[in-house]
Design a binder for this molecule. Structure first.
Ligand SMILES: [Cu+2]
Length: 311
């Protein structure tokens, strides 16, 4: 025992030993505390040069999910026969690049859920947002959705690994067959740009602070919702916010997921003319849609705004 410890009286020495042992126990306790996940940040390390960059929620960007390599492999299993208007029970499987399954314990809750799927049709006309449930096998996540139309739908996954605590994305496609029934809606190949939309008795406007919207320039967007003729529009939280905006480009190469600057859920927006503010930066010129997801008095609404971005 070192000179100073030897000079301590037996009682003080015992105290030093006890404190040291307790400290060691606490350290080991924390060191080996089960975090639930067996995956490490190395499992989500982006290997390829054009790998996906984690996004900064304060400066929402357009994430080119398809073009860049995700460290997560997503595959989708759907019924052998799929058709527009038919409810499809599907399973997505998430694995790390080395094949390790990504199970519920490997993901953090983000925006009230562990896994978000953003599903969009080829004409950007049918946007759906679903939350799969853990499947029977680790890595499997099951969900049902009813496509409104035929075509190759794109499914984007949005999640946050426990190991990195940073948002990550993956995508895959799902082919939906023709229903054989006359389409229950008018087929629109190209949408007229409009920052106004009417849906279920609601008049919605998304107003950019500056027009035209320019590529690579951040733009402020203000969303207002009214009922023509007055009446209440009580917005309720959806996924932890009073609204979500998701922007898609025509090629569906990726998306931008925007949340209102008004984050305080104890401060609901005006119940007659709710107004929410967003910020976005779109890197490339082209035609886009922003789908607004709202919860109006418990009823979910999806509202599209079509616009062009100039180069
Ligand atoms: Cu979600």
């Amino acid at each position: 025992m070192s000179a100073p410890a030897q000079s301590l009286d037996p009682r003080a020495r015992r105290q030093v030993v006890i404190i040291t042992l307790v400290a060691a126990a606490i350290f080991l306790g924390f060191r080996y505390l089960p975090t639930g996940t067996n995956l490490s940040h190395m499992d989500f390390r982006a290997t390829a040069t054009n790998s996906i960059e984690f996004c900064d929620p304060l400066n929402p960007q357009f994430i080119p999910v398809v073009a860049v390599k995700s460290p997560v492999v997503m595959t989708l299993t759907a019924p052998a026969v799929t058709a527009a208007g038919q409810t499809l029970d599907c399973t997505v499987n998430l694995r790390t690049a080395s094949g390790k399954p990504i199970a519920p314990e490997d993901l953090l809750v983000s925006h009230t859920r562990k896994l978000h799927l953003l599903i969009i049709d080829p004409w950007l006309d049918d946007y759906q947002h679903v939350h799969p449930e853990p499947g029977l096998h680790p890595g499997d996540w099951t969900f049902s959705f009813t496509p409104k139309r035929e075509g190759v739908y794109r499914v984007f996954a949005d999640f946050t690994p426990v190991a990195t605590a940073r948002g990550l994305y993956a995508s895959t496609d799902l082919k939906v067959g023709r229903s054989g029934l006359p389409p229950a809606y008018q087929v629109v190949m190209r949408h007229e740009p409009s920052w106004k939309a009417d849906r279920d008795g609601l008049h919605c406007e998304l107003t950019p602070a500056v027009l035209p919207v320019q590529a690579r320039r951040p733009v402020d967007l203000r969303l207002t919702i009214t009922r023509p003729g007055g009446g209440r529009v009580p917005l309720e939280p959806v996924m932890g916010a009073f609204a979500h905006l998701v922007a898609f480009d025509e090629a569906r190469s990726g998306f931008a997921h925007l949340h209102p600057l008004e984050l305080d859920l104890t401060q609901p927006p005006d119940p007659v003319k709710p107004t929410l503010n967003f910020k976005v930066m779109i890197p490339q010129a082209g035609s886009y849609v922003i789908w607004a997801q709202l919860n109006v008095a418990g009823h979910e609404e999806f509202v599209p705004f079509w616009f062009d971005v100039e180069g």
